[in-house]
Design a protein around this ligand. Sequence first.
Ligand SMILES: [Fe+2]
Length: 522
Amino acid sequence: MFRSSASTFLSDRRQFVLGAGSLALLPWFGQCLKGAAKTNASFSKDPFTLGVASGDPLPDGFVLWTRLAPEPIEGGGMPAEIFEVTWELSEDESFNTIAKSGKTFATPQLGHSVHVEVHGLPADKWYFYRFQCGDAISPVGRARTTPAFNAAAEELRFAFASCQHWEYGYFTALGHMANEDLDLVLHLGDYIYEYAPNAKRVRQHNSPEIQTLDDYRNRYALYRTDPNLQAAHAKCPWLVVWDDHEFDNNCAGDISEEKGVDPADFLLRRANAYQAYYEMMPLRRRCMPTGPDMQLYRRIPYGQLANFQMLDTRQYRTDQPNGDGLKPYNEAEADRFATLLGDKQENWLKRDLIASHSNWNILGQQVMMAHVDRMEGEGEKYSMDQWPGYSHSRNRLLEFIRDRKVPNPVVLTGDIHKNWVNDLKVDFQNEKEAPMGTEFVATSITSGGNGGQMSDAEKVIQSENPFVKFFNGERGYVSCTVTPKEWRSDYQVVEFVDKPDAPLVTRASFIVESGQPGAHRT
Ligand SMILES: [Fe+2]
């Protein structure tokens, strides 16, 4: 029986090898080759150079991640063999009280990455974890289970961030994030940038613009060698979603921003990008890509207190209906067939929002939702790559949330390299319309280089857009403290990124009271 199913697999496999379609079968294949896995490897160089991470927690477990890479930015440096990796979960940092342990395999097909899905743990509990491969032991990370689905959790502390361009500076803000007492971190995209190096910047990328699987792997590895990024990953579970630069700037579905790119070539590149993303992130097996497709949108509840819907506004969107850039409003934006989410994801989101009994309903996504006019004085200009470029699709979603009385909607956004707080409305032009939710936009970790407070620009933007409560151009992230009664967002900034060790400053704080849409500065 075994021989027969194995030979079926091998003949079927020939049909898959041209793409990444066989990825979903590879861990099973690794199980079949258990006897062939190396169990007693001896390393002359540390294979755990990329640190450890955890992610996507549930009430009974989470994902544990690492990747074996003694030569991280030169293809990893592992031989093309399967390696057995042991993992341990402990109630104490010294690993005296082991709660669970197990073995898994690091395969060359997945860049010797390791994704362990731990189950069967008690809810709402912290653990320490580590890996061992042969004679090498990994750094220690922390992970937690979420409160039970029906538990009335009293408090959640999390941070969200995006846009960490290696060349623009140091990930100091992530080091500060690692020192906060957080239950979760959301990364909303632009985890890497795909560009060629620029010699004038603070530190340089490691190759020309990335295209191949090896290119993407080496680029992720370069970023993940940053000690502040590793520290933030090790501190608590992360919920990750991509934006465009994990693949290609301002991509829309299978359409490149550059003219004349064959969609087939573009999708081949996307398969490389998505595989490298999966390999490097603490994601569940159900997110494993099939060729150029990877379902990243998903739901992570935190007891009855919060429901995180992590959205993908890149993979399923139609092409920008009015082109890219900043443009005045026209009828193309109101195209009812233009979509940022795609029908399947939008329907999934709506079904989940209706069913949600959570106190706070959080959309973790990429591009700014508020209809912000970016042109000073007479005339109007809106960003066509963001929700205003797909305004019919946005209004349909916001109307749904308002009309179905979804409790306390909060939208979290990255992408734009500025801090914003926006009241959300169905009709942004109507000053008299009451807000129906809040959008908190986090600036970049480094992208754009040293920022500034931009208080003059803030006044101009607020005079054009009365629903904007805050605008700021410094670098950093947002820390949120959520209770059944109140949401608090602290805008955490660093005053420079071109040198290490910038101190952390809380630039502004905003409160939303449960049941009373609209953010107030404290
Ligand atoms: Fe960005």
